[in-house]
Design a binder for this molecule. Structure first.
Ligand SMILES: [Zn+2]
Length: 202
């Protein structure tokens, strides 16, 4: 009976919303919900404002598609980074894996997903137009850092095929990364090794 007695709609809703976040189980969601409720109103308002501000002001970088609150992101705007070495990833979170390794000095291109006919995602739904444009700079190297699942492979083949005959070097990460694994969770050293021993494609 006790369980039913403490079930209040708003608390349940809060716990449900938190439990919907990645890596947050039901128990952690409960702990977070009770932590939030125990805080001052000002702290909770600040958290709510930060969430809505972040969502309304952060958008895709005009050059690479990474998250930024400016026109172009810090990485694209950094003059010390090699603008013609472009690491192609599926989503902004994948960039973190490379940045954590500290060994990559090029820039990125975020596709916004992979080609997946089963999910109704075709080339037209992804950020390819800008990639072809960037590939026309001189001496470009594209490093494909897509997941090694069927969709990642299909997307890599599509890129190689589309850029055939263009003076672009295309390589892919070495097979240090387990098949189907999510790039954003791979450790720094593995990422660094996969970058260093990248393999030229066609
Ligand atoms: Zn950028």
């Amino acid at each position: 009976m006790l369980d039913a007695d403490i079930k209040e709609t708003l608390i349940e809703n809060l716990i449900g919303q938190l439990a919907g976040l990645p890596s947050i189980g039901r128990k952690t969601a409960q702990r977070l919900a009770y932590h939030i409720l125990a805080q001052d109103s000002s702290a909770v308002n600040e958290l709510a404002r930060t969430l809505t501000d972040a969502k309304s002001r952060i958008h895709a970088c005009a050059s690479c598609g990474n998250y930024t609150e400016r026109e172009t992101c810090r990485i694209c705007g950094n003059g010390r980074r090699q603008q013609n070495m472009i690491c192609v990833v599926e989503k902004p979170a994948d960039i973190l894996a490379f940045e954590r390794s500290g060994s990559y000095l090029g820039v990125y291109h975020v596709l916004g997903g992979t080609i997946s006919p089963l999910d109704g995602i075709g080339p037209g739904d992804l950020n390819f137009a800008r990639l072809w444009e960037r590939s026309r700079q001189s001496q470009v190297e594209l490093i494909l850092a897509l997941n090694t699942n069927a969709e990642g492979e299909a997307t890599a083949s599509y890129i190689v095929q589309k850029l055939q005959g263009m003076p672009v070097r295309i390589s892919r990460l070495a097979r240090g990364i387990p098949v189907g694994s999510e790039l954003e969770y791979v450790d720094e050293l593995t990422v660094q090794r996969a970058l260093e021993s990248r393999v030229e494609m066609g």
